[in-house]
Design a binder for this molecule. Structure first.
Ligand code: SAM
Length: 314
């Protein structure tokens, strides 16, 4: 197992497979990647993605999430899923998606080896959804139901809570998730790749919601290898809260490493001054041993962002 200089084990890899996306969510952090789709024609190919996953698994990183951009925009996404799913030692393979193409793809994703899925859904109101994201809410809802029916488990709904947009929909969303056999995650807006104006206008601190949930909860579960996130078990459902901003506990328990869609290892979602290019090594015929070394170097560059206590808003 690899650990960073702060004693944090690295257990999860989040691989961004593209910057392309069919949506235009104004809050999107693009997984902290600075390059936009139009600036970044470089994408890792199927084999390169699977090779990086293989080396990560050899280093005891057993949980992999495919992200983007929108992963389902890639024509080879089923091959990527299958290639990673077949790797010896993998424990968990998931994907985060905007859900637009899920209705037609959920079954095939499951057959090829995807275990579970997270679907971004900030609102249950068709007009708000269209205005915010530019897509169809109906498609996404069908995608969620298709994923549940295909046996992807759990299906999680990712709701970024935005002031003046959807903060009054939290309890409707808890009900919707329960009725859909899905699990709800409330995510605090993170100040990454956003303008200061947008962040100030729409950041909704989740402390208030957490205080409310604490007073209703039958039980509160803490996820130690997942940034000590809390799951609130309520009489009528459950909800997980992802509350990273200014949260030193969140960073102290972070076990993630990332790969950008253009093939760079990324030690922290919030930082871009410490990336390590692995794609060039792969394209030059580098060995697995050399690749493992780059993972180790990247791991040493990991440091808890909110030990610094400063928010960088562009
Ligand atoms: N297109 C895919 C999707 O919609 O899930 C994958 C990419 S998206 C960047 C991955 C996750 O990041 C989604 O769950 C989304 O809700 C979340 N996310 C995007 N921007 C965010 C922000 N500024 N703060 C917190 N979470 C954010």
């Amino acid at each position: 197992m690899i650990k960073d200089n702060f004693g944090r084990p690295v257990l999860n890899l989040r691989i961004s497979v593209t910057q392309r996306c069919s949506m235009r969510c104004p809050y999107c952090h693009r997984e902290g990647q600075e390059t936009k789709a139009e600036d970044s024609a470089i994408e890792m190919d199927t084999t390169e993605i699977i090779r990086i996953a293989k080396v990560a698994i050899e280093l005891d990183i057993r949980k992999i999430k495919i992200t983007g951009g929108e992963p389902l925009q890639r024509d080879d996404i089923l091959d990527i899923v299958e290639g990673i799913a077949k790797l010896q030692g993998l424990q968990d393979l998931s994907m985060t998606t905007n859900g637009t193409f899920l209705a037609s793809m959920a079954k095939d994703l499951k057959i090829r080896g995807l275990m579970r899925v997270n679907v971004s859904l900030p609102t249950l109101k068709e007009d708000v959804y269209r205005g915010l994201m530019g897509g169809s809410l109906t498609d996404v809802l069908e995608g969620i139901h298709a994923s549940v029916n295909a046996g992807l488990y759990p299906v999680k709904i990712n709701m970024v809570v935005l002031a003046d947009v959807n903060e009054n929909e939290v309890y409707d969303m808890i009900k919707f998730a329960r009725e859909s056999n899905a699990l709800l995650q409330l995510i605090e807006l993170e100040p990454i790749n956003l303008s200061q104006t947008y962040y100030r206008q729409h950041h909704y601190p989740l402390d208030k919601i957490e205080a409310e949930l604490t007073s209703h909860a039958l039980r509160i579960e803490v996820r130690p290898n997942m940034q000590n996130r809390r799951i609130y078990h309520l009489t009528d459902g459950r909800v997980e809260v992802i509350h990273p901003t200014e949260n030193t506990e969140f960073c102290a328990h972070c076990t993630r490493l990332r790969v950008t869609s253009d093939g760079k290892l990324k030690p922290c979602l919030m930082a871009n001054d410490n990336l390590i290019d692995v794609l060039t090594l792969l394209r030059k015929g580098g060995t697995d041993e050399e690749l493992r070394k780059l993972f180790t170097v990247t791991c040493r560059r990991r440091e808890p962002y909110y030990k610094k206590g400063a928010i960088q808003v562009t």
